[in-house]
Design a protein. Structure first.
Lengths: 270, 272
């Protein structure tokens, strides 16, 4: 395949991305740390006599900067177990995504000599980003006293396992990846409305936005592959030759759906 | 970015038929997802209706106290408004889109709603202005995929604006029809200064990133469940726009593992 991208330039782009990534990871760890502290304080507060509770709640608010906790500290504590389940389920989905990209990279047409360089690099980078997500989710689970989810999502793992032998061309892999990215994004969008704290809502939203970006690029790649225009999968692409539909295929709807969202219990572990 | 490669020979203008066909497909998809969002917005409106008659709560005080954060992410460094004359008929009003009498009524969650509507209007205006400039041959040859991107993204931002304004209407507040934001003049100046498709793409990318960050912030800081979910369902769409723009500009399309809020436009930037 004709990979227009210059390897040196691509390395540069990845390095720039890694620098940004480092900053973003620091922010994510800080947000998670604050969430965990507040959740732990809320749990301790629940074990105190009622007359002592508000000062503790106020301390949690100070740590998070989230005034909503003042209104409902008990609701926050009550939601902590569901939060752990949601985080474990999310970690399971991420683990499956990592496994899927790792498997795909063993295929010659994705990770080998015949692969499109951009597709290969995208698979490597995306696998790393899913690893980051899994680590973040599991770190929060562990600090909250839950058990880290080391396994892959129980619902979609058999589907991926069954699909692997049928992956004969890039389009097959891209299709499978689109499904997984969409499930992840929909799950996290739904989780934003289910978890109990502002920081956790922010975490799920921040990851949902990234999974949807993976999906957008994969949808564009899928359209180019289907249109026998694999040579246009390049950075930068030859914009003048891109089919008109390539400009919109990556974002098919004005609002992100949640109908395929995994329930929070799907990947929960006791 | 595109400029790093020698532009190919200009070719292909998007046909009206192509646009109509794609618009039809997109409308169909839109209809599949919009009912759920409309339901959330109905609930959001119902929950917010008390805000126009009651004093602010601690949460709303928190939001009001965010004034010092202002706007970051490069949006404030866009130059003065001295060149803010629109290149087209698409320039948004930064000051007259809502009546001054109504301005004080946008408080708490509703201020975030008004901010979101204004931000969406700004995006619509930027894309509309870009199309107008393209029609005036001010941007060079516009590849058909870019034209499609602009048209589609503009339509989706219009949907978002309509959704947010629906909440304001149901709360008996004036809708936000312009872009009364502290960043508007700078963005319009940037659009006026654009001379190429990559110039416009960079401006659009900045707006999309700001919108995504703003909705990430809103998902955490709006107190109403319907509002939270509305922000959550719009945010990924903005990040998808950003990914495609990054791709077209020759930048890595998914540069971060987490969408941050550093580029968020804070409620204090809303001037309506």
């Amino acid at each position: 395949m004709d990979d227009r991208i210059d390897e040196g330039r691509f390395r540069e782009l990845l390095e720039e991305s890694d620098d940004l990534q480092s900053d973003a990871m620091q922010t994510a760890r800080r947000d998670l740390g604050r969430y965990v502290e507040a959740a732990q304080e809320a749990r301790e507060e629940e074990s105190l006599p009622r007359s002592y509770r508000m000062p503790m709640a106020a301390a949690a608010v100070g740590a998070l900067g989230v005034a909503a906790l003042v209104a409902a500290p008990s609701a926050f504590a009550a939601g902590a177990s569901d939060d752990v389940k949601a985080l474990q389920t999310a970690a399971g989905i991420e683990n499956l995504a990592v496994l899927t990209y790792k498997t795909a990279l063993t295929l010659d047409f994705i990770g080998g000599a015949s692969a499109n360089g951009v597709v290969k690099a995208f698979a490597v980078k995306t696998m790393q980003q899913h690893t980051d997500h899994a680590m973040a989710f599991n770190a929060a689970v562990t600090k909250l006293g839950g058990k880290a989810q080391a396994a892959t999502d129980p619902k979609y793992t058999p589907i991926v396992t069954a699909a692997v032998p049928t992956l004969k061309a890039p389009l097959d892999v891209v299709g499978l990846a689109i499904t997984l990215e969409d499930v992840a994004a929909q799950t996290y969008v739904a989780d934003v409305g289910l978890v109990s704290t502002a920081d956790l809502r922010q975490l799920f939203a921040s990851v949902a936005g990234v999974e949807s970006q993976h999906r957008a690029i994969l949808l564009a790649v899928q359209a180019l592959l289907k249109g026998n225009a694999a040579d246009l999968i390049a950075l930068p692409p030859d914009a003048s030759k891109l089919p008109a539909a390539a400009g919109s295929v990556g974002f098919p709807s004005s609002f992100y759906a949640t109908s395929m969202a995994a329930p929070i219990t799907e990947g929960a572990v006791a | 970015m595109i400029g790093k490669r020698k532009p190919a020979t200009p070719e292909m203008a998007i046909s009206e038929h192509e646009l109509n066909s794609m618009t039809g497909e997109l409308e169909m998809l839109h209809k599949e997802t919009f009912p759920g969002v409309a339901k959330m917005l109905e609930e959001f409106s119902a929950n917010l209706s008390h805000l126009i008659t009651k004093e602010s709560t601690g949460r709303r005080g928190f939001l009001a106290g965010l004034g010092g954060l202002a706007v970051v992410g490069g949006l404030t460094a866009c130059g003065s408004s001295s060149k803010a004359t629109s290149p087209s008929s698409a320039s948004p009003s930064a000051s007259s889109s809502v009546s001054s009498a109504a301005a004080s009524k946008y408080t708490g969650d509703l201020k975030v709603v008004a901010l979101a509507a204004a931000l969406e209007n700004l995006a619509v205006t930027a894309y509309k202005g870009a199309l107008t400039m393209a029609g005036q041959n001010k941007l060079g040859t516009v590849p058909p995929a870019i034209a499609t991107f602009v048209t589609t993204a503009m339509g989706q931002h219009a949907d978002h604006a309509q959704a947010w304004n629906g909440v304001l209407s149901k709360a008996n507040l004036p809708t936000v029809t312009g872009a009364p934001l502290t960043i508007t003049a700078g963005q319009v100046a940037m659009l006026n200064a654009a001379t190429s498709v990559p110039d416009v793409a960079k401006l659009a990318l900045s707006l999309e990133n700001a919108a995504a960050a703003t909705y990430t912030f809103a998902a955490a800081n709006v107190s109403d469940a319907g509002g939270i979910m509305t922000a959550a369902t719009i945010q990924p769409v903005e990040t998808m726009h950003a990914a495609i723009l990054n791709f077209v500009l020759g930048q890595y399309p998914v540069p971060l593992s987490f969408i941050g809020i550093d580029a968020a436009v804070m409620p204090s930037a809303f001037t309506g």
